[in-house]
Design a protein around this ligand. Structure first.
Ligand code: FA5
Length: 340
């Protein structure tokens, strides 16, 4: 009779342990089976009434049932502990190869980067970095640079005129004049900045682009000095052998005047839309400062002379990074910008 109820109790409790879905349910099953008021304890109470032989046998069955239940409880407890650990590991798993959370860090625009390189280079050569207004007067943009109102050279730079006679500067050369007026000779200055021209846009022409002006005024400045600085500048920025050509160029504010071209780095000189199939890309205008320009800015051309250059920073960025269309640079397209 007791045997029967021990077996029944054992299998009922084992089933309950097996079906426990939470640690709480398992604890309830433990209390029911092994607790002080649990099934086994209740069954054990009646043992005193049994004959010694019978008591021994029933005692053994009770012990064996307790052992089985304890083992089942331990095993199930182990399963819960393992599941809890696995859950934690899954929840706290970190992929260290993912980018860190938080704001995405940007970087400098390729033109800004080149501009800063130039500023550092020229500062190390004793040049001051000047800034000038983007909205200019006709005087600084043209007249003071030896380009009077009727001069055909004005047509070379299609101008955005503003109401009231001012304009968006067509080049950084007006900062030459402001520099000469403010600092006087001897003078070593550069002036990077944005310039604007009302012209049709294509792979190598923008309406808004960057130039970098440079000027050196001293007592005996020659074309040799000018070429030396141009070479130092291009070597520093391209960091590789580039083929350049210097040809005569007309700018009313220099005499003699030159234009410097770089062999197109996109096609290697064989011809492409960037170099307009010519194999060469015009990078800068330069020359020895015209005496009229010095005189207008209050500098005596008998005592002082100098060189000046105006470099197309946007075009230079195109060559340096091998960008096949100037319009990418101001497109704001992150697919393009993120490559730098
Ligand atoms: C000038 O603007 C002169 N002020 C340069 C100068 C300064 C000459 C001092 C002598 C002494 P130019 O118009 O050639 O020159 O422009 C200079 C450079 O700007 C060009 O060589 C070219 O690299 C760049 N550039 C001109 N127009 C554009 C444009 N629409 N888009 C992009 N780059 C341009």
């Amino acid at each position: 009779m007791l045997d029967e109820s021990i077996r029944e109790l054992e299998s009922r409790c084992l089933a309950r342990i097996a079906s426990a879905a939470t640690p709480e349910e398992l604890e309830a099953a433990r209390v029911e089976a092994l607790g002080r008021k649990g099934g086994l304890a209740q069954t054990g109470k009646d043992m005193g009434k049994l004959a010694p032989e019978e008591r021994k046998r029933i005692g053994q069955s009770l012990n064996s049932a307790r052992e089985k239940l304890e083992q089942a409880l331990e095993a199930k407890k182990g399963q819960f502990a393992e599941a809890a650990l696995r859950g934690r590991l899954d929840a706290e798993w970190i992929d260290l190869t993912l980018p860190p959370p938080g704001p995405h860090r940007g970087h400098l625009h390729p033109i800004t980067r080149i501009q800063r390189e130039f500023e550092e280079l020229f500062a190390s050569l004793g040049f001051t970095v000047l800034d000038g207004p983007e909205v200019e007067t006709e005087y600084y943009n043209f007249d003071a640079l030896n380009i009077p109102a009727s001069h055909p050279a004005r047509d070379m730079q299609d101008t955005f005129w503003l109401h009231g006679g001012n304009l968006l500067r067509t080049h950084t050369s007006p900062v030459q004049v402001r520099g000469m007026e403010r600092l006087g000779p001897p003078l070593r200055m550069i002036a990077p900045g944005r310039t604007f021209r009302n012209e049709s846009v294509d792979a190598s022409h923008e309406h808004t682009f960057y130039q970098l002006e440079g000027m050196m005024i001293d007592r005996q400045v020659s074309v040799a000095n000018l070429i030396h600085f141009m070479k130092a500048m291009l070597t520093a920025v391209f960091r590789r052998e580039v083929i350049v050509r210097l040809r005569p160029g007309f700018f009313p504010f220099v005499e003699p005047g030159f234009e410097l071209d770089v062999q197109c780095l996109l096609c290697g000189g064989s011809g492409c839309p960037v170099c307009k199939q010519s194999g060469w890309v015009e990078q800068l205008g330069c020359g020895l400062v015209h005496p009229n320009v010095l005189r207008t800015s209050g500098i005596d051309p008998e005592e002082w002379n100098g060189f000046a250059f105006g470099l197309g920073l946007t075009r230079l960025a195109m060559m340096r990074y091998e960008i096949d269309d100037i319009r990418w640079l101001q497109s704001g397209d992150l697919r393009f910008l993120e490559q730098f």
